[in-house]
Write a protein that binds this ligand. Structure first.
Ligand SMILES: Cc1cc2nc3c(=O)[nH]c(=O)nc-3n(C[C@H](O)[C@H](O)[C@H](O)COP(=O)(O)OP(=O)(O)OC[C@H]3O[C@@H](n4cnc5c(N)ncnc54)[C@H](O)[C@@H]3O)c2cc1C
Length: 581
């Protein structure tokens, strides 16, 4: 491929480049650029936004190269539950007599008056232009998925796992796994009809390959190339096992990199509390959300957008762990030894079926909240009783009830530092028997310090040492906490945190401490885009040749797959329609 005469943005050449680009420290440097490859549309990322973008662009006649950083496709989407709320009058909604329309979707997802029991607003800060585009494309996106070979369970749309999907109609659909090996286990689902993200992403992968999308695995985009004269984005630099190469896009680059919550400095833009110890991102270690798309775009002037949607305390962007004693303990996702990423996950975790079986303590060995408390909630179909669209009475009628353990867990220990530090679930041998746990590897991660045991409480406290435990746990604190808690079991009243009827003493050795720190889930704020998914700069101008969809795009508070798939498809269609350079 010939050298082009224009200069490039960023420094390209080896491992230092990767670090520079991802930390946002790349310097502008003028030098002739050698294009190693060329295509019409480049898609970055093969998750819920990326594969639809690539297929839509290819089916519109564009040549497409999709680069994916990991060894396999799918991103968080393939790890997901697959539940996808697409409404607005889908064929499935019509089949089951559910009335919905694009206008109803738009009204729901822009209703300022819908708030959570803690006062956080689900939809108030949504960008109307972006929501309109989603509403207008929602039903078409569902039909398009069916046309690509995604098999949905034949049942009425519901709100089974929905978060922030709108009050007026059930919209959620559920793709079936089929016979594909699940990423979590390496084996097929127990029933092919089981619902999973596999059932969404493997058919899309097959459709992409059939359409002749060129998928380059282990190719991590490290920077965007912008023509300094025209300001058009004309390609990317990628790092692969073969080194750094430059790929030219004659029409456009689509960022579908999946958000930013795996990047500590980036996520702290939205919530200063989210320091390093929140290392249990859902969807990792299959893929990371390292903000590489956002950072590369911000290097060339892109704006962030709708940041409240990340900071606001609603939905599943932070959750209580479902699995304890391991690093990656998101409540829906258990890594098993057959998974191809189990070497990175290291342990499956112990599933907590009854939070009465443990107490939760902070770094100092002190309880801080009612362990049975939940986490942030969100509104979906029929969540608001006597719903009156856009009426102040919706907010007024919500009963204030900020019951979640997250804010208390992240409050810290008053040492002047940000971040709540590790949260430990402490329990005894009787709890192990009740929960039917086997507290040994590969169920728990002893080697990396996510699980400890000892025959006495003071010894347990002394053993708790790992990178995120920034102060030693005073043994006398943990002893006093457990003695006081056992007293609450005798009296039946938790005088400190109001846990309902404390049930089990912690008294039978051995004693255990299992990692139970909050888990970060999804990204709801990212790059500013317009209705066509074009990325915009801080002056509100379109950055020519650059598109974005999914969790890396901002302005839209809706958990998960629906907005990602819809935006990916929009971006693919629009990018393919660009005039070639
Ligand atoms: C356990 C779990 C359960 C979930 N369940 C549901 C559910 O039931 N319903 C729902 O609606 N949502 C669910 N979600 C959320 C949903 O999966 C995500 O919102 C969605 O997958 C995000 O799509 P995306 O395309 O933006 O990112 P992803 O699907 O994460 O894809 C991003 C891809 O980009 C790649 N990438 C990143 N940076 C680069 C780079 N620099 N170069 C090349 N490639 C790069 C990543 O490796 C990844 O493959 C769940 C998520 C998880 C983790």
């Amino acid at each position: 491929m010939a050298d082009s005469s224009f200069s490039r943005r960023g420094v390209f050449g080896g491992a230092a480049v990767l670090g520079a680009a991802l930390t946002g420290n790349a310097q502008a440097q003028a030098a002739p650029l050698h294009w190693d490859r060329e295509t019409d549309v480049i898609v970055v990322g093969s998750g819920a936004a990326g594969l639809p973008a690539a297929i839509a662009a290819r089916q519109s006649g564009a040549r497409v190269i999709l680069v994916e950083a990991e060894k396999d496709i799918g991103g968080h989407a393939i790890c997901s539950g697959g539940n996808i709320p697409l409404g607005g009058g889908t064929s499935a909604q019509k089949k089951y007599g559910i009335e919905d329309s694009a206008d109803l979707v738009f009204r729901d997802l822009t209703d300022w008056s819908v708030v959570e029991p803690n006062g956080a607003a689900d939809y108030r800060y949504n960008d109307r232009e972006i929501i309109r585009a989603f509403a207008d494309n929602s039903a078409a996106t569902f039909e398009w998925l069916v046309a690509q070979g995604v098999m949905f369970a034949d049942k009425a749309p519901d709100n089974a796992a929905a978060t922030s999907t709108g009050n007026s109609a059930p919209r959620e659909m559920h793709p079936m796994n089929g016979t594909w090996p699940m990423v979590q286990t390496g084996k097929p689902a127990v029933q092919p009809t089981s619902i999973s993200g596999n059932g969404l992403m493997r058919p899309l992968e097959a459709a992409a390959r059939k359409a002749d999308v060129e998928i380059l695995l282990e190719h991590r985009m490290i920077a965007l190339h912008q023509n300094p004269r025209t300001k058009r984005v004309e390609g990317i630099a990628v790092h692969s096992p073969k080194g750094v190469t430059n790929i030219r896009a004659r029409k456009a680059v689509i960022l579908a990199t999946g958000g930013s919550t795996g990047n500590v400095n980036f996520r702290r833009i939205f919530d200063v509390r989210l320091t390093e110890e929140y290392c249990g991102l859902a969807g990792m270690p299959w893929s990371n959300q390292d903000a590489s798309g956002e950072l590369a775009a911000m290097e060339i002037g892109a704006s962030l957008w709708g940041t409240y949607n990340q900071t606001g305390e609603f939905g599943e962007h932070l959750s209580k762990p479902g699995y304890i004693g391991c690093q990656y303990g998101y409540w829906h996702l258990q890594w098993m030894p057959g998974s191809r990423v189990f070497d990175k996950a290291r342990a499956s975790g112990l599933h907590v079926t009854d939070w009465q079986d443990v107490i939760l303590v902070n770094m100092l060995g002190k309880r801080f909240y009612d362990e049975t408390g939940g986490y942030y909630t969100s509104n979906s179909y029929h969540a608001v009783e006597n719903y009156l669209p856009n009426d102040y009475r919706n907010a007024k009628n919500v009963k204030y009830n900020p019951i979640n353990f997250l804010n208390a867990a992240m409050a810290g220990i008053g040492d002047g530092k940000n971040g709540g530090g590790p949260i430990w679930a402490v329990f005894d041998a009787d709890a192990v028997a009740r929960e039917k746990w086997n507290p040994a590897p590969p169920n728990v991660d002893i080697a990396e310090g996510f699980f400890f045991s000892a025959d006495t409480i003071p010894d347990l406290a002394r053993k708790i040492q790992m990178q995120h435990q920034r102060v030693a746990m005073p043994p006398e604190n943990l002893g006093a906490t457990i003695a006081r808690y056992n007293g609450f079991v005798d009296s039946g009243i938790d005088e400190d945190f109001g846990r309902p009827k404390p049930q089990h003493k912690i008294a039978t050795p051995p004693f255990y401490a299992a990692w139970a720190t909050p888990v970060i889930h999804d990204t709801r704020a990212g790059l500013r885009i317009n209705a066509d998914c074009q990325v915009m700069n801080t002056s509100g101008q379109v950055i020519a040749g650059l598109y974005c969809g999914g969790e890396s795009a901002g302005g839209f508070s809706l958990h998960g797959l629906a907005r990602c798939v819809a935006q990916g498809r929009i971006a693919g269609l629009r990018a393919a329609a660009e005039t070639s350079i």
